[in-house]
Write a protein that binds this ligand. Structure first.
Ligand SMILES: [Fe+2]
Length: 138
């Protein structure tokens, strides 16, 4: 069952960011399915590790773009990213201990549907407007 889906409401109009968001959402979907289907621990941990690494690189790239364009709410935005990374790291440890736990599937859902997709729709779409406007001035 498809739980995570990229929609137009998440579009920032910055291709690199949109493509990253799509990939992260797809990976979260893949991870959820692997956990629900009780796939082997190795596969679950591989998908999880990919997701974790990709999120970190993606946030770092977003932060560079924000700094370059002198985004005024950079500090708040970065704090949000730091929060998500620490939650994902905590969950990752739990998943590694118990790769098919339903509780961990629910927690992943809270982080991706509840936090990440909400963050894109509220904060990233806003920041992208600023970045796009700044780019157009240069
Ligand atoms: Fe962000």
């Amino acid at each position: 069952m498809q739980i995570y889906k990229w929609t137009e409401a998440l579009r920032t109009n910055i291709d690199k960011i949109d493509n990253d968001h799509k990939l992260i959402i797809n990976k979260a979907q893949e991870l959820t399915e692997a956990m629900q289907q009780g796939k082997g621990k190795q596969q679950i941990v591989e998908t999880l590790t990919f997701l974790q690494k990709y999120v970190k690189t993606h946030f770092a790239e977003e932060e560079v773009m924000q700094q370059k364009s002198n985004f005024k709410d950079f500090d708040t935005h970065k704090k949000n990213h730091t929060y998500f990374i620490s939650e994902l790291d905590k969950l990752s440890d739990k998943i590694k201990m118990d790769p098919t736990s339903t509780v961990n599937v629910i927690e992943l859902n809270r982080l991706i549907s509840g936090w990440f997709m909400n963050h894109i729709q509220k904060m990233d779409v806003e920041v992208a407007k600023h970045i796009n406007a700044t780019d157009n001035k240069n």
